[in-house]
Ligand binder design. Structure first.
Ligand code: ZN
Length: 62
């Protein structure tokens, strides 16, 4: 199973559509990830723009 990262919100997605953005702009070229449990309470979440709990790519190569 290939994990892809959403280019818009950086969420790591298994499948072809980001469940947050409902968008299929995904990329396989990403590096590193962070787990976000409570985005509303996290400064990191604010920094990378994470709005929902999940796994987020740290670096996305376009
Ligand atoms: Zn997304």
């Amino acid at each position: 199973m290939t994990e892809k990262a959403c280019k818009k919100c950086r969420l790591i997605v298994v499948g072809d559509v980001c469940p947050v953005c409902k968008d299929s702009e995904l990329t396989k070229t990403w590096e590193g990830y962070i787990l976000m449990a409570n985005p509303k309470d996290s400064q990191i979440a604010g920094a990378i723009g994470a709005g929902a709990p999940g796994k987020y790519a740290l670096k996305i190569k376009q």
